[in-house]
Design a protein around this ligand. Sequence first.
Ligand code: ADP
Length: 485
Amino acid sequence: MSTFSVLSVASEVFPFVKTGGLADVVAALPPALAREGVTVHTLVPGYPAVIDALIDATTVHRYADLHGGPARVLSSRTAGLELFVLDAPHLFGRPGNPYIGPDGKDWPDNALRFAALGLVGADLGRGAVAGYSPDVVHAHDWQAGLAPAFLHYGEGRRPGTVMTVHNLSFQGQFPKTLLGAIGLPPHAFSVDGAEYYGMIGYLKAGIALADRITTVSPTYAAEIRSLEHGMGMDGLLRERANVLSGILNGIDDVTWNPATDTLLPFRFDARRRKARAANKDALQARLGLAQDPDALVFGVVSRLTWQKGMDLLIDALPLLQAHGAQLALLGSGDAKIEQGFVAAAQAYRGRVGVEIGYDESLAHLMQAGTDALLVPSRFEPCGLTQLCALRYGAIPVVARVGGLADTVIDANEMALAANTGTGVVFAPASLDALGAAIERTVALWRDRALWRRLQGRAMATDVSWARPAARFAELYRALATSRDA
Ligand code: ADP
């Protein structure tokens, strides 16, 4: 297998800067792709948290003036990643959230900051650093969306380009008066280029001009071509459907391994699952739930928002109670939904246990101690909690949308007869359908031998990065071959 070189361009990378799943993907893919013969370098902005962490950084490229100040590109192997870091203190030398200033508003120069990221991504793609010329430049989300655009409109070497949409609801739109300042030529402001409803659209430019577009699940890739889920981009995505595909995310199977998880009071694996009961006991104690091993405990680890269908779940609580089930919930989000669950915990004392907040270690205990994990999302690009649930043997009960539809196999009657099925899948995301799914889960729980087999299949599901990395490697190679032809 020949080695293949990819430059990944992103605004976040775990463990240095993270506001969402993007950071995890950007950090997890390079080691998984290395096993596929693909070498990944990652270009990220030089936020203080990144610069401070670098080991043995060397300067590989300089800009006398990059949108208002001098800048350089540093190269360093840190945290197992080959990093290029855009050290531009006037743009990125600000601690805290990468996008939002201390006043809680977007930094006023975000257009320039992320245009610089895209521009430098394109320059590196064209071979600005001696001895480095990637086959593909892979841009993640709107912050990197201009990299394919600068490569498209620029001169010189033109590697293949891939644009990945992790979240279609963040699109990066800026006034058209900035076109010159960010360095795009006047003709880039057109419907087939960077123009988006009279503004400059960074994600739109990437989607319009990259050779390939991916998003985080096959079903979401289909859904975003519809008016309902397209967030204004559906027309363009339909036009480009022949180069749009969905590649699922994986999870870090070292952090999320019940056999070695140091955040758990009791460790277990698929063959020795007894300790799940001890974790369930610990979880019930922690959340003030009745210590009843026979009660079916549904878990939720989630942002508490409309997207996640959490308002539906509040309405479904009486039904859940009627079946003698318990609810263990960890999350934070909309004040009204938070209050709804806090009130429910008081109304159903010992049957509904709620912790409002973000707690990594409780999240692990939830996956290890609940019997089933509820994810009634109205939309879900990929979703990670259901992947953790599969690995930890919490049966996922999910709405049939986006990545939830692609990762959980419904244990319907025929599936069970054929010895398949890893969870309960329902549609649409409505109170009635959620209620029916809860009832179906309760029925499965009554047959403990069947439940155990279901759990065994869930735990055997491959939720690692191996398969997604193989799909990306295939996509990169196919792209390079099509460009050579
Ligand atoms: P989204 O990115 O839309 O919030 P995902 O399911 O893709 O949803 O990823 C959410 C991640 O954050 C999961 O790994 C989940 O375990 C974690 N998470 C969500 N809420 C909490 C919380 N309150 N405490 C700890 N971890 C949480």
